[in-house]
Design a protein around this ligand. Sequence first.
Ligand code: GDP
Ligand code: ZN
Length: 317
Amino acid sequence: MREGIVLRAANGLYTVQAQDHHYHCSLRGNLKKDLRYTTSAAHAPRVTHARRAMVNDPVAIGDRVQISETGHGAGVIEEVLPRRTRFTRAGFRGKEQTLVCNIDQLVIVFACADPQPDLWKLDRFLVAAETQGLAPLIVANKRDLVGRDDAARFFAEYGSAGYPIVVTSASERDGTAELAARLVDRVSAFVGPSGVGKSSLLNAVQPGLNLRTSEVGGVTHKGRHTTTTAQLIPLRAGGWVADTPGLRQLDLLDASRDEIESAFPELRLLLGRCRFQDCRHDHEPDCAVKLAVAAGELAERRYRSFLALAAEASPRS
Ligand code: GDP
Ligand code: ZN
């Protein structure tokens, strides 16, 4: 048996990469009906929750699988390892379909200028990443259009909140080696508004890498591809980039208030220190969050962004 990762799926056949080989695999018959997903300890609660409904979705792009070889580059998928994260879309007859699973890292790209960075939108992506159990990486691209100091200043509040940031210029190949290094050995998905340079960055990382990237809300990018299937693209340096027709769940439709609260790392540290246990950090007296804002320890804009997102939270919990 070999362990591999599913790169593509079509008509019940799967392309599985194991070390440097690609295998065309079918699925062991009993897996279709009888698939068991062992529970792993380290994943977000909502993923566990999502996993229950997965009867019709035995294997998806990004699954780690055990295969047995049957010769001539063919194989059979014998076992599917536990999924850590999962993105779905509405499939036929309202059934949920897994688009891609086990994405590790959400690479959130914004430009320093042209278009101007919309930090409120960046906050939404960050909350989406946190609630989906994905590690976010912020990329501040088009650094060449502003001074180095401006680039740092625009995104300073994220550095203090503890987020990793890479400042790049795709056109000057500046910072792109650092970005490339952060893609090694994991599955990354690139998101961000249109025109910020996602395609250019991917091309700088690996020339010829031309794939769809997700805009907010999951609109397919520029119609460059006509297919609607997802795939993982292996990087020559190791690691994979997810090529998906849109990560729909990134639009945050049903994050709860608690999830949004704990998705702000700098606010998470303060939880439990307010006078009221159910403090909404809004008009309450002795609120640790508001005190931190007043003391300049928490960025005012991030605080207001939290209030706005919390007001959209789903009522459950
Ligand atoms: P996407 O929509 O996010 O994939 O963005 P593209 O990669 O298509 O880039 C949008 C535009 O911005 C193109 O005209 C690029 O040439 C330009 N662009 C991308 N990266 C940079 C950069 O680092 N600096 C500058 N000045 N322009 C860039
Ligand atoms: Zn409070």
